[in-house]
Design a protein around this ligand. Structure first.
Ligand code: NDP
Ligand code: X2W
Length: 343
């Protein structure tokens, strides 16, 4: 099976290339670049100088001959425009951007862009692999989740399904490494701005807020409002999400830990930490793992859920390949068995 990547010169693409190169059933059919068509991959990514690929222009007819699956690793707006043209040619599309994740009004409001056209938006399946395995296996359009929502929802799934927390009290504190902002040049990601600095951004206005709320509503049958505070930390990769919520009477540490273990007993990439040993970003770096912990605070009746992922792996390319595996009925872990890089 051959896969094509759109947005070839970005970080998400670099990670997809790394994963597809070592995948037992997939290979790269073409790399599409809006800025460097005609250039060589090795000029863009010297770490990939053992691979020979010429970057190509966006041309739906040619792309349809290059393979069967297309990954969109481009900014929001690109897939809204191009995905329908490729999907109607029979290509399975996996979008790493936000276009196909939200209700149209929410996308227009939070991304400030025109939502994708019908019927493609309605067809899209939200690709949080652990939650939607059966739907992903049949989907032709897969909306890969955002990096923060992946970590937050993997904590919220057991909490909301089991009714362990008061849904009106959810606070999500989230920290990301700088690669989460992509490879494009921005003042806020310059070395001197990021190094030895911790900063919050988009407080109350981050585009992942409606994504978390929309799916938290589906999980809980309510309409929770969540307070989400993203922060930038001076690391290359990694996300740490800490979810706080008021616990419901009758719950305790043992019951919470059991609920989390049961929720993910068939999930090869979710590892539940024992209480007292909390998730660390370094333990998942370069891998598709999500390490999850949960703590019941007796003193304040607060539930604290935590998750770490590598934003470029489980938060983007890794989960996209996991979804490809589900869609192709390959083992879920195919091409994703690499252990984390440590130290
Ligand atoms: N970085 C992360 O941790 C995560 C990223 N995402 C999402 O995945 C997508 C890719 O992210 P990432 O790789 O980090 O971003 P980058 O900024 O590193 O790369 C995006 C690439 O998209 C292409 N591109 C840029 N503008 C346009 C345009 N107007 N039209 C077509 N192509 C364009 C460029 O490649 P070229 O010039 O070759 O076309 C660019 O290199 C984004 O939507 C991002 O929000 C999701 C989860 C996590
Ligand atoms: C550190 C950092 O800047 N992270 C990005 C991650 C968002 C992203 O990847 O965008 P979409 O999911 O909306 O496509 C951000 O907070 O905007």
């Amino acid at each position: 099976m051959k896969a094509i990547i759109i947005g070839a010169t970005g970080y998400g693409s670099a990670e997809l290339i790394r994963l597809l190169y070592q995948h037992p059933h997939a290979e790269i059919g073409g790399l599409i670049s809006s800025s460097q068509a005609g250039g060589e991959l090795k000029e863009v990514f010297p770490h990939l100088s053992h691979l020979t690929f010429t970057l190509e222009e966006m041309d739906p007819d040619r792309i349809a001959d290059m393979g069967e699956v297309v990954f969109f690793a481009a900014p929001a707006g690109v897939s809204s425009e191009w995905l329908p043209r490729l999907a109607e040619k029979g290509l399975t599309c996996i979008d790493l951007a936000g276009d196909f994740r939200l209700e149209p009004q929410a996308y227009a409001e939070w991304y400030g862009k025109t939502p994708p056209p019908s019927p493609w938006l309605e067809q899209a399946v939200y690709g949080l692999s652990e939650w939607r395995r059966q739907e992903i296996a049949r989907a032709d359009v897969i909306a890969n989740p955002g990096c923060y929502p992946t970590a937050a929802l993997l904590v919220l799934i057991p909490l909301l399904r089991s009714g362990a927390v008061d849904t009106e009290t959810i606070v999500i504190d989230a920290k990301s490494g700088v690669s989460g902002a992509g490879r494009g040049m921005k003042l806020t990601t310059l070395f001197c701005e990021v190094n030895e600095n911790l900063s919050l951004y988009k407080v109350g206005t981050h585009q992942h807020t409606p994504e978390i709320e929309q799916h938290a509503a589906a999980l809980s049958g309510r309409s929770p409002r969540v307070m989400f505070t993203p922060q930038l930390v001076p690391m290359n990769r990694g996300i740490l999400v800490t979810v706080y919520a008021r616990g419901v009477e009758g719950w305790n540490q043992e019951r919470l830990t059991e609920t989390f273990q049961e929720a993910y007993e068939d999930a090869p990439f979710v590892r539940i930490k024992e209480p007292g040993s909390w998730p660390r970003t370094k333990d998942v770096q370069g891998s598709n793992f999500c390490d999850v912990g949960v703590y019941w605070d007796d003193r304040t009746d607060t539930v604290v859920g935590m998750a770490v992922i590598d934003n470029l792996m489980k938060g983007a390319a890794g989960q996209a390949v996991q979804n490809l595996n589900l869609r192709m009925a390959w083992p879920e872990t195919a091409g994703l068995t690499g252990t984390p890089l440590y130290p």
